[in-house]
Design a protein around this ligand. Structure first.
Ligand code: MG
Length: 399
């Protein structure tokens, strides 16, 4: 059955009230936690970004403690926000101040009320809350309780609380604007309502649950800050791409090597090593992706050690260089250019062989072949050329 829409014609106007008036210095640093820095940004700055950049949020009001004006200006520098709203003595009073500020202007149809300390709120959680709010229902993100709950008296356990049906409520909590404003006004004299859903429940406004997210945690303790700072400071993996190209000429013989697979053929490929042109191109692509010179620099043709060497040794070496830099091989794509031999019958074996040498799944190895329509040295059957592209994920601070 269709629920009454907030606005039958357009997307509803949705405002966000970010509650940042708390004095919470339990998290350390001597500052209210919403003004502490995680990574390169203040907590409040991250929270404001999550809402100000969300395409379905039309208005963002931040409720602050009047003493924090200078910190606030630093946190929202670069954002074109309305004047911050001075908060009250309790969270509930601060929320009501934010709602009254919205009511004094063009009141929205829906409002999301959010704790500044939940600065990693995913856009998808904001979307789920907005989707679930209508004219007669609020919505809150929540996660089921997974730990066993105990009731205790000091250190003495008194019993186990059944956790079925219990949820941990998060924010943003979304409501149709007029009913939640009325509920907050009615609750002004009542203390002890710990969130806005409790205010709504007290006023008889129905509230729905939508899925919250573990990363939408409320920063509370010094340990929370330490853990998340470590995570933010960890080097990120970034994609690097390398390209390789190689050519070997035909010489009298009865077999050749391509992608580490021996193929019977009325000619061989000539070279210092086994002349596996495809593995040479791929080795250069991997070395290129990590900016580590080329196959000739690692395996000089003047060095007798590599005479007749199987080329999988070169590729194994390049893959090891990637891993020594903390990287992983995401994908490679090889193209062999020749009139003969036909590659199709050997493709599966070649992919499996390359994947085995690199230590990655077959699905991350692509192998293609083409003729050159009789043109050029490959068209005349004088030799085989190969190209390869490799994509590597490398830590941003890799040497
Ligand atoms: Mg070569």
């Amino acid at each position: 059955m269709a629920e009454p829409a907030l606005n039958a014609t357009d997307a509803p106007r949705v405002a966000a009230v970010i509650v940042a008036a708390g004095r919470g210095i339990r998290a350390g640093g001597g500052l209210p936690k919403q003004y502490r820095t995680i990574g390169d940004r203040m907590v409040l700055s991250r929270t404001v970004v999550a809402f100000a950049r969300h395409p379905r949020i039309d208005d963002v009001r931040v409720v602050i403690h009047p003493d924090d004006r200078v910190l606030y200006e630093a946190a929202v520098a670069g954002f074109d926000l309305p004047e911050p709203v001075p908060g009250g003595a309790t969270r509930q009073e601060s929320v009501r101040a934010g709602l009254e500020a919205l009511a004094a202007g063009t009141a929205p149809e829906a409002v999301l009320i959010h704790d500044a300390a939940r600065c990693f709120v995913p856009a998808a959680v904001i979307d789920r809350v907005i989707d679930a709010v209508d004219a007669t229902h609020g919505a809150i993100p929540a996660l089921p309780v997974s730990d066993t709950l105990k009731r205790a008296d000091g250190e003495r356990v008194r019993g186990t609380v059944a956790r079925a049906g219990l949820y941990r409520a998060q924010t943003p909590q979304g409501f149709p604007f007029a009913p939640i404003l009325a509920a907050h006004r009615a609750a002004a004299a009542r203390a002890g309502l710990t969130d806005d859903a409790a205010v709504a429940e007290a006023a008889g406004l129905a509230v729905r649950l939508v899925a919250g997210a573990e990363e939408n945690l409320k920063l509370t303790t010094e340990a929370d800050f330490a853990r998340l700072t470590r995570r933010m400071d960890a080097p990120r993996l970034e994609p690097r791409t390398g390209f390789g190209f190689d050519v070997h000429r035909f010489a009298p013989g009865d077999h050749l090597w391509l992608c580490g697979v021996r193929i019977a053929h009325p000619a061989t490929l000539k070279g210092h090593s086994d002349a596996d042109v495809a593995l040479h191109a791929l080795t250069d692509a991997l070395l290129g992706a990590i900016a580590d010179e080329d196959i000739g620099a690692h395996f000089p043709p003047s060095d007798p050690e590599w005479r007749g060497a199987p080329s999988h040794r070169f590729l194994t070496h390049a893959a090891r260089r990637v891993r020594e830099k903390g990287g992983e091989i995401a994908h490679c794509d090889i193209t062999i250019l020749c009139e003969a031999p036909r590659i199709g019958p050997h493709r599966a074996a070649m992919r499996a062989r390359v994947a085995g040498i690199l230590g990655i799944p077959n699905t991350r190895v692509s192998l293609k072949a083409t003729t050159t329509e009789g043109l050029g040295f490959t068209g005349r059957g004088e030799g085989i050329a190969a190209q390869a592209v490799a994509t590597v994920l490398l830590p941003s601070d890799a040497p």
